[in-house]
Write a protein that binds this ligand. Structure first.
Ligand SMILES: Cc1cc2nc3c(=O)[nH]c(=O)nc-3n(C[C@H](O)[C@H](O)[C@H](O)COP(=O)(O)OP(=O)(O)OC[C@H]3O[C@@H](n4cnc5c(N)ncnc54)[C@H](O)[C@@H]3O)c2cc1C
Length: 277
């Protein structure tokens, strides 16, 4: 009889062995490789399927390279069985300004407005504006946050910075001393995927723009790590406007390729050394 791995056959042993221990040994020796194979396959696909990814995307033009990078991520992660949500900030006309309008109803202190305090108290009362509650729900559900954007003045576009300012409210994302390692969004991952105008050579230590890692300190460390989120290595497409069509296609393929094994990646070591040494 030929036994298939994963098959449902009932096996009757007709006494080739005198005792149960020998039968067990035989079964283990024959089936062990299949069990291992099956367990590994299941674990690997389970790791990806059912994972929730939130892509926070900031580009005005769907045909831009950022648009294509976002589409590639939606496609690849979808293929893996992940549930992918996109917050397309420009299309949503996301409000980047942190103002009094974010608090519904009465203020905690109507004499002197303090945005941080009012947002924290409104969060506790469930009195933040609907757009913030919606974004916080998406963050809460996500295992991974991908930020996709073009580099603007060594940082993210204002609309995305506004998302950080307004969504990552005290009490929801952090609450001193619950920050960094014990930030309230621990157990989540973040990845900054962005494009630049400058070339890779310009963004090396000692060159005119300095090491690209210097720019990542405020975004990765000051925001994400502060909220407890573990950060995966950034994905950077340098100077897409100044390279050939073929090179841009390679950039998109490299991104899709990286996403295939993303869940096996270890977060970066969140220390000043990673950024500045
Ligand atoms: C306010 C501002 C501040 C800036 N500050 C900085 C800064 O500090 N440092 C810096 O380095 N840069 C800076 N830049 C430049 C900016 O980062 C780049 O212009 C941007 O990153 C380019 O990305 P993109 O998606 O907009 O490119 P796009 O111009 O949209 O894309 C490049 C090309 O890719 C093509 N493309 C799209 N999809 C595909 C596809 N599937 N296959 C092949 N080709 C495709 C597009 O058609 C286009 O021709 C700044 C720009 C602005 C406006």
């Amino acid at each position: 009889m030929h036994l298939q791995p994963g098959g449902n056959e009932t096996v009757v042993f007709l006494l080739p062995f005198p005792d149960v221990a020998q039968i067990s040994e035989y079964v283990i020796s024959v089936y062990r490789p299949y069990w291992i194979l099956r367990t590994e396959t299941t674990t690997c696909s389970q790791k990806m399927a059912g994972r929730k990814v939130l892509i926070i995307y900031a580009h005005q033009e769907p045909k831009s390279l950022n648009g294509s990078l976002k589409d590639a991520a939606v496609e690849e992660l979808g293929k893996q069985g992940c549930s992918v949500t996109v917050s397309d900030l420009y299309a949503m006309q996301f409000e980047p300004r942190a103002t009094r309008n974010d608090i519904v109803g009465c203020l905690h202190n109507s004499e002197e407005f303090n945005y941080g305090v009012e947002a924290r108290e409104a969060y506790k009362r469930g009195d933040l504006s609907d757009d913030l509650i919606e974004e916080q729900k998406k963050v809460q559900e996500a295992d991974l946050l991908i930020f996709q954007f073009p580099l603007y003045w060594f940082s993210m576009p204002a609309i995305m910075k506004g998302w950080m300012d307004r969504v990552l409210v005290e009490g929801f994302a952090h609450e001193f001393p619950d920050c960094y390692g014990s930030g309230l969004l621990k157990n989540k991952l973040a990845l900054f995927s962005f494009t630049t105008g400058g070339s890779k050579e310009m963004y090396t230590k000692g060159s005119i723009s300095g090491d690209i890692r210097y720019l990542l300190w405020p975004m990765q460390h000051g925001i994400m790590h502060y909220c407890g989120v573990k950060v995966l290595a950034p994905h950077i497409c340098f100077a897409p406007e100044y390279v050939s069509e073929e090179k841009r296609k390679e950039m998109l393929l490299a991104w899709a390729q990286r996403l295939k094994s993303l869940w096996k990646e270890e977060p970066i070591n969140c220390s000043p050394e990673w950024y500045f040494e």
